[in-house]
Design a protein around this ligand. Sequence first.
Ligand SMILES: Nc1ncnc2c1ncn2[C@@H]1O[C@H](COP(=O)(O)OP(=O)(O)OP(=O)(O)O)[C@@H](O)[C@H]1O
Length: 676
Amino acid sequence: MVRKEILIFEHEKGLHARVAALIVRESIQLQNKYKDKLFIGRNENDLLPATSLISVISSNIKYGDKMVIVSKGDNADKSLHEFAKFLKGKFDLEDKQTRDEIDQVLQETTLTMDKVFNNIANGVIVVDQEGVITSFNPAAEKITGLSANRVIGEDINSVIANSKLKEIIKSGQAELGKRQEINDATIVTNRNPIFSNGRIIGAIAVFQDISTLERLSGELKEVRALKERLHLILESVQDGICVVDKKGGIEYLNPTYAKMLNIDIETVVGRKLEEINQDKTYQQVLETGESITGVVTEKDNDLVIIFNVYPIQVDGEIEGAVLVAKKKIEIEKLADRLKELSAKAEYLEQELKREKELDSSFERIIGRSGVLKDSLVRASKAAETTSTVLIRGESGTGKELVAEAIHYASNRKNKPFIRVNCAAIPSNLIESELFGHEKGAFTGAINRKIGKFELADGGTIFLDEIGELSVELQVKLLRVLQEREFERVGGIERISVNIRVITATNRNLEEMIEENNFREDLYYRLNVIPIILPPLRERKDDIPLLVNHFLDKLSERLNKKVDTISQDALEILTNYSWPGNVRELQNIVERGINFTDSQEISIDDLPDYIRNNYQNQRSLINLTADGEIASIEEYEREIIKRALEKYKSFNATGKVLGVTHKTVAAKARKYGLVKE
Ligand SMILES: Nc1ncnc2c1ncn2[C@@H]1O[C@H](COP(=O)(O)OP(=O)(O)OP(=O)(O)O)[C@@H](O)[C@H]1O
């Protein structure tokens, strides 16, 4: 229940301290009696508790002023009625009991005010109308760093120059919320004049230290700026960045990340990361608090992304995770591809090695002519030893093939077979090619290089075209063969190797020794097991076999079914002199397969020079391959030589040529066709 009454206050001194104390005493008694709450004020919107002396005095009601009183509570009617009656009555201030009670209220209020004054966190400074400090509370002492004892009684301007309290006394105008610096502290102050009976009797400053607040707001500003900077960085970096909360909910996603995953930032923030990321590594990080780096994921569009995931920990608690995603750049892809290919190459090499083993090495060498067979038997015997082998024969007779066969038939077959073509490497590089070099050994030696001898360690080194090696290097090679040790070019370390040496040449080494172009001592070192491969023209029986072998091999490789050769074409090939030996024959068969329109190679598919040569050979006069006419004696020598080769005895030859056996013998001697 709320009851209100308006009355005119008719006490001649207005609400001065003692009258106010009397009203407070009456209010307390009524409140105790009726358990209601009583209020007093100049109007309804400005009501103050009637039980507080300060409130009642501060309502500043004077004689004849309107006074609003309100009672709230169950007995509001009664309490308000009694309160109004009291206020309208005469106040007997002279009565002793009343005076005691008034003193009691005044004292209690003073004590309470004192407590408030000393304990509030706000600084309070009170000056009298002259500007002399009359009160200075402990909070003011703390904020200003001045002691109350020293400043009370002093002129305010001599203590705090910019307090402005004297101006307030002069103007009578309050100033609220003013910032001011005192003693390194920033304060906000309210300055009010103090009125008594309409007269200014002093001024009060109530102020608060806001330094901490200022600092915090400064820090906040810095944090905001930092946040802005971080935001800018995150938005512009090339790495994709995603922040998730502890439950895996997406809190932030930068544009790079969105682009990588081809998603729209707005639609995913707030959703669970697992909805857009198949990879669940971040969940592990959220569980363990341990970062995980280098997680590779492949997207549908062939894009490979590498993730690093880091936990976000606050006070030891996992609050979320940051995912940093990098696109695998092209070069890394290439490096991977290279690794893949090397692995493949290694695999194929193994396969090839197996193939070669299955091949039982020498089976790849086609031919059953006696001369070839002899050489191959010798070669397969050489395979059982580690002795140095020198393979001789014209170009294209299969020297490398035999060297390889020796290696793969030997117990070194699982170790490297290293081929060096001494004619193909520039003379200034061959030494470093064979022995390697140290970094900086010569201009251009940027890195250490391992030479062929080191690479061949445990296996076989095949030095092809050994006749092309300079005399200087012949000496070095000799040393290696003797000591099985060498140094890299520009190095001092002695490197010892376990190698088997096979060399080959089509040069006449004996002649070269005569001319001092090949060292004799090296020749003997190399020629431990000599193997001579006959030229193809000396084993014509092998030609049909080789043609068939190459038809099989090459038609498969060229993916063209050509499996025969016409009789006349084969005859031409058999009668040709094959200066390029098996290599040349192989090329002619390959050419034939390419040229023919059928499954058979015919004369037309052979090159002109071979066909013409055949026609020349068939003509009785053109006995030279180049078509030049020779002297009669030369023809005679050739005829007798061929006939002897074919018919073996002077008798049989004489019969065929229509002369006596004596004539044949004499001519054979004349032309040096028989040993004396
Ligand atoms: N008897 C053979 N059976 C099968 N193929 C052979 C035979 N002889 C040589 N070849 C083939 O002929 C080609 C030339 O052989 P290889 O390279 O071994 O000859 P080379 O004597 O080392 O030649 P060069 O002296 O020119 O180096 C190779 O493709 C090889 O496979």
